[in-house]
Design a protein around this ligand. Structure first.
Ligand code: NAG
Ligand code: NAG
Ligand code: NAG
Ligand code: NAG
Ligand code: NAG
Ligand code: ZN
Length: 287
């Protein structure tokens, strides 16, 4: 046995422990799923643990970016991550807006949340002939990811700039597009500046705030007369996009402390709401 190889193998587990700074791409989804899992009811906890792939080690947050990783393999799924709404209107309407670029109805993140909720409602119903038609592991991973996406303000954005994807800005000195600022940079800068680049500390603070400053709001966030309520989240999303994400931003804007410090609380709120609502939705599904 080659000793140098042994040494490399011994280090592999540590490499995975280094918390890389990413964003709503990875960190945002991880944060939302970390907030959601301890809020699951006993029944939902069991269902989730049975549906999670073994490599997730019963940790939902390990697989909440799976849907982004399969976007290219499952090409059909890429329009399911967002909603394009009419430019400058700042409103969302399911019938008008929930379609893909070819105009096919229901192909947007709200339609996908309804779709995977309906599939998961068949969980445990072995006598249902349609049960075997869907892979419920994938349904859980898609749903957990899409409830995250719909809470990122620019995932419900304007059509012509593709949710801020064609708006070039500077994030401090770096060249970015506005969409990426909201997917990644705000969370990343917050982790570095306030939490010693330790994502667990940011999650702990969000959890703490859920039991203090937000404790009288979580009931209202969870409220939903159906099993899933994506339309409510999408309407809030485009409103936040107009009031905070797009506001004061033009092509070539330089976004620095003024923008970061005023928008960071919005990102924190949306992460907290995403986590609370993911848990509430799974609890209603598996209730
Ligand atoms: C619903 O889920 C199935 C299975 O993953 C998928 O083929 C279909 O495109 C989805 N449709 C929407 C609108 O999410
Ligand atoms: C399964 O469905 C069939 C037909 O609907 C019904 O006759 C049967 O009793 C069901 N079995 C169970 C275990 O529910
Ligand atoms: C369900 O999907 C997961 C993730 O893509 C995959 O690993 C698993 O093999 C699938 N299960 C079945 C029965 O196809
Ligand atoms: C938590 O709440 C405090 C007090 O309102 C606030 O200053 C802080 O920014 C919040 N942090 C997060 C991550 O929500
Ligand atoms: C929650 O409580 C704070 C004061 O602690 C108050 O300002 C806020 O309006 C309350 N929100 C709701 C939804 O009751
Ligand atoms: Zn996504």
């Amino acid at each position: 046995m080659d000793l140098s190889k042994l040494h490399i193998l011994a280090f592999v587990p540590f490499l995975f422990c280094i918390s890389l700074v990413h964003g709503w791409g990875i960190d945002g989804h991880l944060i939302i799923c970390k907030i959601a899992q301890p809020r699951l009811s006993t029944k939902a906890r069991h269902a989730v643990s049975e549906l999670l792939p073994a490599y997730a080690n019963n940790d939902l947050s390990q697989v909440c970016s799976w849907a982004d990783r399969v976007k290219f393999r499952y090409h059909w799924s890429s329009p399911l991550h967002y909603i394009d709404t009419p430019d400058k209107l700042c409103t969302y309407d399911y019938k008008r807006d929930c379609k893909d670029e070819d105009g096919i109805q229901d192909r947007c993140v709200a339609g996908a949340i309804n779709n995977y909720t309906t599939q998961l409602l068949r969980y445990g119903n072995n006598n249902d002939s349609s049960a075997s038609q869907y892979n419920l592991t994938e349904a859980l991973l898609f749903l957990s990811h899409f409830i995250g996406d719909i809470h990122q303000p620019l995932h419900v954005g304007f059509t012509s700039d593709r949710g801020g994807n064609t708006v070039d800005v500077r994030w401090y000195r770096r060249k970015e597009v506005l969409h990426h600022v909201w997917d990644n940079n705000i969370i990343e800068t917050s982790e570095q500046r306030f939490y010693d680049s330790n994502i667990e500390e940011l999650i702990d603070t969000l959890q703490h705030n859920l039991t203090t400053v937000w404790s009288n709001q979580t009931k209202a966030w969870e409220a939903c007369s159906e099993t899933a309520c994506p339309d409510k989240y999408a309407s809030e999303g485009i409103k936040a996009a107009c009031e905070w994400a797009y506001k004061g931003v033009d092509e070539g804007s330089v976004l620095e402390d003024d923008y970061f410090l005023s928008r960071d609380p919005i990102v924190n709120l949306r992460l907290a709401q995403g986590g609370v609502r993911l848990a509430a939705t799974l609890n209603r599904i598996f209730g």
